[in-house]
Structure formats: C-alpha cells, structure tokens
Design a protein around this ligand. Sequence first.
Ligand code: NAP
Length: 248
Amino acid sequence: MDRVLLVTGGSRGIGAEVARLAGAKGYKVCVNYARNKAAAQDVVKAIQDAGGDAMMAHADVAEEADVKAMFRLVDQEFGPVTALVNNAGIIDQSGKVADMTAERINRILSVNVTGSFLCAREATRRMSTEHDGQGGAIVNVSSAASRLGSPGEFIDYAASKGAMDTFTIGLAKELAMEGIRVNAVRPGLIDTEIHASAGDADRVERFRTAVPMQRVGSAREVAEAVLWLLSDAASYVTGSFIDVSGGR
Ligand code: NAP
C-alpha cells in the first residue's frame, strides 16, 4: 500500500524538513503552502531529485473550501492520504494581551486550531476503517508554548497550541478503534523564519540560555520525532506528546 503524506505548511521551516525526510523514507508527499509557491516548488524538487515522489497544493488551511480542494487534489494524484502532519502555524508581533485585537486573535486561532481540525476531518474521512479506509496516522505540531504560556509575547499563540494538545488527546481516543493514531510534537526554540515573522529575528539567540541544553534546535530534530510517530515503530503510541525542546 502506498504511504501518502500531506504536510501542511510544508514549504518552509519544520514542515519542509518533515516533507524532505518523509520523501527520503518512501512516502509520496504533498507539500502544502499558503503564499510561498517558490519555496514549495523547491521542496518538491528536492524530494524528486532524491528519487522520491512529491506534489504541491495551495491551501489556506483556515479556509474550508481550500482544504477540501487540496485533499481532492491529493486523491487524484497520489490516492487517499494515509498520514497527515498538521504543521501550518502562525504567530504575530510580540505583545501583551492588553494590546491584542480580536482580528489578530481570531486569525491565529483560525489557522492554528480550525485549520488543524479541518485537515484532520478530511484525513479521517479517508483513513478511518469506519469509512472503508486503511487506517493511518496524524501528527499535530503543537509547541512548548502550550506549557509555558508565552507571557509578554504571544499568549494567543500559546493558547492555540493548548487547544491543539487537547484536540490531540480527544481525537486519539475518538479514533483509537478506527485504525488511526493521533499524536503531537511540542517543539521548543527551533531555528526557522517564524521568529522573524514575529518581528523578532534575534529571539532565538536571546532565549537560547533559557534552554537547559543551551542551544537552539533544528527543524531536522523535530522532523525525526514526527517521522517516528508516523511510523509503525510507534504502533502502540496514540494521544502522546514528544517534547523536542532541549529540556525546556
Ligand atoms: P515557518 O518557518 O514560519 O513556516 C510556516 C509554514 O506554515 C510555511 O510553510 C507557511 O507557508 C505555512 N503557513 C502559514 N500560514 C498558513 C496557512 N494559513 N495555510 C497553510 N500554510 C500556512 O514556521 P515553523 O517555525 O517551521 O513552524 C512550523 C510549526 O511549528 C508551526 O505550527 C509552529 O507553531 C510550530 N513551532 C515552531 C517553533 C519554532 O521555534 N520554530 C516552536 C514551536 C512550535 P508559506 O511558505 O506559504 O508562507
């Protein structure tokens, strides 16, 4: 049976590394992106150049119509997904709750939480043995922020990751008898462009000393944990979390 993986936000950062590693391990990989088509093309090309199978699909995961169309495209090109990594996620400028607008909070929740629900729903409809599927695995990319709360920076983002943790626990139990495992990774301080998108490119270096291992993590280190959770080696693991955070 083909192993077909959809990685949301697969164009850059952690998602791109998950896509590349999965391609090398023999998954047919769909690289989702929102705006950065050229970056998604680069990831697809890297997988294909290494001898793997990859395609790309545009979708804003917060938009239901986009998500449905993306899953249909994967159906057509690779067949139904057997694995999903809910990785697409956003933060906003660092600030206090006192200064947050409803628009900002709603956008973060829509992408990080609603987007993950919508993608998991579409994946479940294809994977579940109750829907004549062959089973599968879902990994949610949460954050250490769900435990730490991110005071003074982005509590809205941290709370969205708290919601993803609860979503992981509930969905794992709901799908345990339908052949689908659901787990999450909680990355700590990882060297990607997300920090610059919070208007704080120096953040990684500033917080480095707060990490017990005194260093920043790489996207590859997160991807390794994701691929293990997706694999048959994790066959009795569901509703679990791997903190990839250097001890923080
Ligand atoms: P990143 O480098 O900023 O990449 C974000 C990815 O998400 C990009 O591929 C982007 O696509 C995509 N994306 C953004 N909004 C989207 C939307 N509405 N629909 C579909 N795709 C969308 O981020 P990252 O650091 O790799 O983060 C990946 C995940 O890890 C996120 O969920 C983040 O919360 C989590 N995380 C990161 C860290 C860290 O320190 N880096 C720590 C903990 C958790 P485009 O290229 O098209 O913009």
